[in-house]
Design a binder for this molecule. Structure first.
Ligand code: RRO
Length: 312
C-alpha cells in the first residue's frame, strides 16, 4: 500500500507534511522534519527581514486544538533558502516547499526575486492568510488584492507556486475566489490557514490565555476540521484540474488524512497535532492511513482521492 502523491509534477514518497509555522522555524526543527516519515517539509513563512514576532505567551494547546498569535517570527528568507539549498544537496531526490509572505505586493515581488536568484528548485507557498500581525488584515479576505497580487506574482515568477488561503464560510465566497484563482497558473491552493481571531479564555482566572491582540488568535485543531474539509472540497469542485489542493486543518489521525484526501486534497499538512506530538506523528498517521486503505481495498491514493459521494 502506497501513500505516494504527485504535486506540481513532482512525486512525493508520502502525502503528509508539516503545516507552515510548525516544526519549521529553524535548522534544528527542520532537521527533525527532514528525518521524519513526512514526504517533505515547508519552512516557516519567511519575510524579507528576520522578525521576533509577538510577545509571549503566544501559543496555547487545549484538549481540542490550539490558539496562536505568533506574529510571523522567522529568520528571514535568506536563512531558509540557505537551509533548503543544503538539503537539496544532502537529499537531492526530494522537493521542498518555501513559504513566504510579504507585507505588500512589492515585498512579495522582492521575495520572489530572491528565490529566482537563488538555487531553490522547489515549490513556493505564498501565504495570503496570516491572521496575527496587528493592523494587517488577512489578505485572502480582500478579493481584489488577491487578484492584483497574483497578477504581479505570475508576471515576475516562473517556478511552481501555490497559495495558502484563509477559511471561507460562504458559498458565494467559494465561487468568487475560485473564479479569480482559475485565471492563474497556480500549482496548488492550500486550504486552510487557522480560523482568524478566535478567543480562548480562562474562566478560573477570568483572563485571556495569550498576550498579543488582547488574546485574539488563529484557531487550529479539532475546531477547524469541518471548515477545512469544506474548503478543500469546495475548491476541489471549482478549480481547474491543473490547480491541485493541499488539505490542512484538524488532522490528528489517519482517518482525518483519509477525509482530506477524499474531499480532494493531493497532500495533507499537519499543524496543531504535530506541535503536540512531534514529528514521530508522521509514522502513526501513515500507518493509520494505510490500515484504512487496506480495509477499503485501496492500494494507492488515486483510488479514492476526490471521490467524496453526495446524496443526490
Ligand atoms: O506567525 C503567525 O502568527 C501565523 C501565521 Br504567519 C499564519 O499564517 N497562520 C497562523 O496561524 N499564525
Amino acid at each position: 500500500i502506497s501513500t505516494k502523491t504527485t504535486l506540481a509534477g513532482f512525486e512525493f514518497d508520502n502525502c503528509l507534511m508539516n503545516a507552515a509555522g510548525v516544526y519549521c522555524y529553524d535548522a534544528a526543527e527542520l532537521d527533525q522534519m527532514q528525518a521524519s516519515k513526512a514526504g517533505t517539509f515547508v519552512t516557516k513563512s519567511a519575510t524579507l527581514q528576520a522578525r521576533t514576532g509577538n510577545p509571549e505567551p503566544r501559543y496555547l494547546a487545549t484538549p481540542l486544538g490550539s490558539i496562536n498569535s505568533m506574529g510571523l517570527p522567522n529568520h528571514g528568507l535568506p536563512y531558509y533558502l540557505d537551509y533548503v539549498s543544503q538539503q537539496q544537496i544532502a537529499v537531492p531526490n526530494k522537493i521542498y516547499f518555501q513559504s513566504i509572505t510579504g507585507f505588500n505586493i512589492d515585498e512579495d515581488e522582492q521575495l520572489l526575486a530572491q528565490i529566482t536568484a537563488s538555487d531553490f528548485k522547489g515549490i513556493v507557498e505564498l501565504n495570503l492568510s496570516c491572521p496575527n500581525v496587528p493592523g494587517k488584515p488577512q489578505t485572502g479576505y480582500d478579493f481584489e488584492t488577491v487578484e492584483r497580487i497574483l497578477t504581479r506574482v505570475f508576471e515576475v515568477y516562473q517556478g511552481p507556486l501555490g497559495i495558502k488561503l484563509p477559511p471561507y464560510f460562504d458559498i458565494v465566497h467559494f465561487d468568487q475566489m475560485a473564479a479569480i484563482l482559475n485565471q492563474f497558473p497556480l500549482a496548488f491552493v492550500n486550504c486552510v490557514n487557522s480560523i482568524g481571531n478566535g478567543l480562548f479564555i480562562d474562566a478560573a482566572t477570568e483572563t485571556v490565555t495569550i498576550k498579543p491582540k488582547n488574546g485574539f488568535g488563529g484557531i487550529g485543531g479539532d475546531y477547524l476540521k469541518p471548515t477545512a474539509l469544506a474548503n478543500v472540497h469546495a475548491f476541489y469542485q471549482r478549480l481547474k484540474p491543473e490547480i491541485q489542493i493541499i488539505g490542512t486543518g484538524g488532522v490528528k489521525s489517519g482517518q482525518d488524512v483519509f477525509e482530506h484526501l477524499l474531499c480532494g486534497a493531493s497532500m495533507v499538512q499537519v499543524g496543531t497535532a504535530l506541535q503536540k506530538e512531534g514529528p514521530l506523528i508522521f509514522d502513526r498517521l501513515t500507518a493509520e492511513l494505510k490500515t484504512i486503505m487496506q480495509q477499503k481495498g485501496y492500494t494507492q491514493i488515486a483510488d479514492f482521492q476526490g471521490q467524496l459521494k453526495h446524496l443526490d
